[in-house]
Design a protein around this ligand. Structure first.
Ligand code: UT7
Length: 320
């Protein structure tokens, strides 16, 4: 990362961020009225205190457009100048049409290509890598990348192993051409042999199933890949100003951060009051750190998504 764009090859940078949180807050005590659980159990095992659940009019498309509009405003880029809209989601209500063309239409991104990316909880980091590479290749100049999820539609509210985690929301980034590359090489991969660890059967059975313990154990084995992601960006974990992993569970995040050795980094903890929003969680958590004034422009942040697939993707970025 941070090298001058080579030859005629342009670089890519985050230009602006935005997020959308549904208004409706669901507390742990609310859930304890429906399933056998407690505020104490949920906080101890997951760190989550509250989560947001979307109302009927807060669709994946509506939330994505709201977050995307804010990212455009923060970037100072007109929707008409966007060349590509990528929406990372695994919870759009319909298989077709994809969310992205609807979002592009709502925002007035009339000249943009538009497609969804289903990388589940790693989806935003996959889409961000694709966006940066399309800029570097010269195919695009400005790309709007959004993670938007309505996990509540796919949640069995009688399953205490999942309903305590899952939530709704959207986060977005405008990625733009730059002289200096500020989005590091992506590190991505999968353990597709374990794809049944998190799945939604489909064909009329739309409840997410998750082997929580197995996913937890898998997630904490990914730390060497976090170190590799830093190496590929030309920095060490101690150089990081922020570690912004998928907001799966605060215990997983803290275990990862401890082993990573990002001693000077702010550890994103949006999960505490936003819950686990799959592809939306990384851009929501990053946007929050910036909006709260906890990061400065140019600070290096490690983004890392992981989850269903099982798949993962991450990169080091400079804060816009
Ligand atoms: O976003 C995609 C990636 N997903 C993740 O990264 C999620 C990873 N996994 C997790 O976050 C955790 O595994 C969970 C939060 C889902 C579960 O926590 P855990 O510490 O792994 O609990 P467990 O599944 O080992 O269950 C321990 C006990 C069990 O009871 P017994 O068998 O010991 O009697 C469960 O039945 O806790 C019970 N339990 C609960 N008790 C109260 C499970 N869920 C609950 C609950 N409230 N909500």
């Amino acid at each position: 990362m941070s090298g001058a764009a080579t030859g005629t090859r342009p670089g890519a940078r985050l230009q602006g961020l935005g997020l959308y949180r549904p208004a409706h807050v669901v507390t742990n005590d609310d859930l304890a009225k429906r399933v056998e659980t407690s505020d104490e159990w949920i906080r101890t095992r997951t760190g989550i205190a509250t989560r947001r659940v979307a109302d009927d009019d807060e669709s994946v498309v509506a939330m994505a457009a709201a977050a995307g509009g804010k990212a455009l405003a923060a970037a100072g880029i007109a929707a008409a100048d966007i060349d590509l809209v990528l929406v990372a989601t695994c919870t759009n209500k319909s298989q077709i049409p994809a969310a992205a063309p609807q979002v592009a239409f709502r925002l007035g991104a009339t000249a943009a290509g538009a497609s969804d990316v289903n990388g589940a909880c790693a989806g935003f980091c996959y889409a961000l890598a694709m966006a940066a590479d399309s800029i570097r290749a010269g195919s695009t100049e400005h790309v709007l990348v959004i993670g938007s999820e309505r996990l509540s539609d796919y949640t069995n509210w009688d399953d205490r192993g999942t309903c305590i985690l899952l939530a709704d929301g959207a986060g977005a980034a405008v990625v733009s051409r730059a002289e200096v590359d500020e989005i590091g090489p992506v590190v991505w991969g999968h353990n597709g042999d374990r794809n049944d660890a998190i799945h939604i059967p489909g064909y009329g059975d739309n409840f997410m199933r998750m082997e929580g313990q197995a996913v937890y154990r898998w997630a904490v084995t990914l730390v060497p890949l976090l170190v590799r992601t830093c190496e590929r960006a030309g920095i060490t974990p101690s150089d990081l100003a922020a570690f912004v992993p998928h907001q799966a569970n605060l215990r997983i995040i803290q275990a990862m951060a401890k082993t990573l050795g990002a001693d000077n980094a702010i550890i994103a903890d949006d999960v505490v009051d936003a819950g686990n929003t799959s592809a939306a969680s990384v851009p929501m958590a990053l946007t929050r750190l910036v909006e709260d004034g906890r990061l400065r422009s140019g600070d290096p942040a490690l983004l890392f998504g992981f989850g269903a697939g099982l798949s993962y993707a991450g990169q080091v970025v400079r804060v816009p």
